[in-house]
Design a protein around this ligand. Structure first.
Ligand code: F6R
Length: 251
């Protein structure tokens, strides 16, 4: 068992400083060399403070995203980009609309692609990542099922971008945002575990008591499809940046 480097912070803001620093340093280095930076991004409540800090650095410290290319992990299947709960809308509101990213450089899987075009669309998403030179830094949250992206239990380490069925626990956790579990989409398009493992550097963030059990299983358990996040143990440049509550069940 390869224990993933785990940094435990007093609070989420402190953890986000570390990750924002890594992103800032890479962007500045690439900007100076006239080269793009490719970021893999997550949605959900976890990375909100990180995005807020990146916006602050853009507005107050001149951090420029003009040469940054982004790829998001996932999107609910069936939701248009302007649906209030779509991950495209989330990204526009939480980050994209507040920095100098070029709209054409932001990628979120298309939730409205026809069923018979999904396979092709997912292949194109993988190709776009490869064309950009691969993901330099990937940001991850973790679901209580042990999902990364929407790679639910049963997802293998070599899975690529594809249409998946959401776990019941994941849909229950999303019920509040959708004002009822029955409104939560049943499917999503997500990068695969293999797509995520191909990123050069990974940061997984987790806050609060609710993530303590899954964090302990992810850090201390054997690799298993039952908890897809355990496959992060295969990556040699992956760091978990978590707060004290999320770390409370680590031995
Ligand atoms: C979001 C994503 C998910 C979330 C996870 C945790 O793009 O891929 O894996 O990171 O469901 O969600 P929150 O942060 O809301 O607890």
């Amino acid at each position: 068992l390869e224990r993933i480097p785990t940094q435990i912070y007093e609070n989420a803001d402190a953890a986000c400083q570390t990750v924002a620093n890594a992103i800032t340093d890479l962007i500045n280095e690439r900007n100076a060399a006239g080269k793009p930076t490719v970021l893999g991004l997550a949605t959900g409540s976890t990375p909100v403070r990180l995005y807020r800090e990146l916006i602050r650095r853009h507005q107050q410290e001149g951090l420029s995203f003009a040469n940054v290319i982004t790829f998001n992990l996932d999107e609910y299947y069936g939701l248009a980009g302007d649906h209030p709960e779509s991950y495209r809308k989330f990204m526009q509101d939480q980050l994209f609309d507040h920095v100098d990213l070029k709209p054409e450089n932001t990628h979120v899987p298309d939730g409205l692609v026809d069923r018979d075009a999904v396979f092709q669309s997912c292949k194109e998403y993988e190709a776009a990542i490869a064309d950009a030179g691969g993901i330099d830094i990937q940001i991850l949250g973790i679901g209580r099922t042990g999902h990364i992206g929407f790679n639910e239990p049963g997802s293998g380490p070599e899975t690529l971008t594809r249409l998946v069925t959401l776990d019941n626990l994941t849909r229950r956790d999303a019920a509040r945002d959708f004002l009822g579990e029955e409104n939560v989409p049943r499917h999503a398009i997500t990068m695969g575990v293999g797509t995520i493992l191909a990123a050069h550097q990974l940061f997984l963030l987790a806050w609060g008591e609710g993530k303590a059990s899954i964090m302990a299983q992810t850090v201390e358990g054997e690799q298993t499809e039952t908890i897809p996040a355990t496959f992060l143990q295969q990556h040699d440049n992956c760091t978990f940046c978590i707060d004290r509550s999320a770390a409370s069940q680590l031995t």
